[in-house]
Write a protein that binds this ligand. Structure first.
Ligand code: HEM
Length: 201
């Protein structure tokens, strides 16, 4: 079963991920435009894109542990999943600026006034250099080591994304807390405690 799944992941072209993400985003947009998303369709769409962005970030963080602990190899799709996460963050931001606030100056006011928006924006800014360099030419120009180092920004973006979600939730809500716990656990799995904290005697 595992071997079959890995064969499928190796075969799956990146463009299929992009196409499915685009179709899903378009379907959600259509649902919002035709009244199938409730009485506040813009807010519902904004939230749906935001949640998908966070889910793809979590998925991206899970790829290495999935290979290490479950033997599932999705490494080939990692870049496509990262770019897709950014695509949904951008859609989330565009719905907020163009459909929700409909003004750049109001957007700036919100960024300054509401800490959860400031944090969302910081998460977006952490993802921006990754999205810009997610092409073969940039990987070559930066060198694999620097590119990998730069991609540690994903960890910051994920944490800020989770804090953004916890902060904006009104009252006690389990979902943002679950995302935060999962992200923290996925990041802890990357810390090499043995070499970091054990001193040679
Ligand atoms: C680019 C800057 C960002 C802005 C201006 C922004 C703004 C917002 C706003 C206005 C909401 C809805 C709040 C409400 O309904 O009261 C929201 C929800 C959300 N945002 Fe963002 N956000 C940004 C970045 C991000 C990023 C980078 C992520 C993910 C990594 C993210 C994930 C979410 C999630 C998960 C929700 C809640 C979804 C739900 O309720 O199901 N946002 N954001």
């Amino acid at each position: 079963m595992k071997a079959r799944l890995n064969k499928f992941f190796r075969w799956l072209p990146n463009w299929v991920v992009y196409l499915l993400a685009f179709l899903w985003a378009a379907w959600l947009f259509y649902q919002a435009a035709t009244g199938a998303m409730g009485v506040e369709p813009i807010n519902a769409l904004e939230r749906a894109y935001g949640e998908l962005a966070l889910q793809f970030i979590v998925f991206g963080l899970a790829i290495t542990p999935l290979r290490t602990y479950a033997g599932l190899n999705l490494i080939k799709l990692r870049r496509a999943l990262g770019v897709t996460a950014f695509f949904f963050v951008l859609a989330h931001l565009l719905v907020f600026v163009i459909l929700d606030l409909q003004s750049l100056s109001r957007t700036w006011t919100e960024i300054v006034k509401r800490p959860y928006i400031t944090i969302g924006m910081l998460s977006f800014l952490a993802l921006l250099p990754l999205a810009v360099t997610s092409n073969n030419r940039s990987v070559k120009r930066l060198g694999a080591a620097s590119w990998r180092k730069l991609h540690k920004l994903t960890y910051i973006a994920a944490l800020l994304g989770a804090i953004h979600y916890v902060w904006l939730a009104k009252g006690f809500q389990l979902e943002p807390i679950i995302y935060t716990v999962v992200i923290v656990l996925l990041l802890l799995l990357r810390v090499d405690f043995k070499s970091r904290f054990s001193r040679p005697i």
